[in-house]
Design a protein. Structure first.
Length: 101
């Protein structure tokens, strides 16, 4: 009887450990992120459309655009810095609407 209980517990532990090992690995699709970032080409900050400059001034009044990038879909990537020293990246379309990429 003791051997039967021991075998049952051992089987349960083995199945539990196997189940945890299967769920530990989650696939990550990094190619999408890399592809989107590579599509942008640097442009001069002065070449930004007026709508984007106005949107930055309105929504982030203390921000300064340090670098600007544009892709083939007329989407813009802006590297900005704030007065307090923090930096960030914003994405906008040609009409000055903020987008998430």
């Amino acid at each position: 009887m003791r051997k039967l209980i021991f075998a049952t517990v051992l089987s349960f532990v083995g199945v539990t450990a196997f189940a945890q090992e299967e769920t530990a690995e989650l696939p990550v699709d990094e190619t999408t992120i890399v592809t989107e970032v590579q599509d942008f080409e640097e442009i001069s900050v002065s070449d930004l459309p007026e709508a984007i400059s106005s949107a930055v001034a309105k929504d982030y009044p203390t921000a300064t655009v340090d670098k600007a990038y544009k892709n083939e879909s007329n989407q813009y990537k802006l590297e900005v810095s704030l007065e307090d020293g923090t930096t960030g990246t914003l994405y906008a379309d040609a009409e000055g609407n903020w987008i998430e990429i």
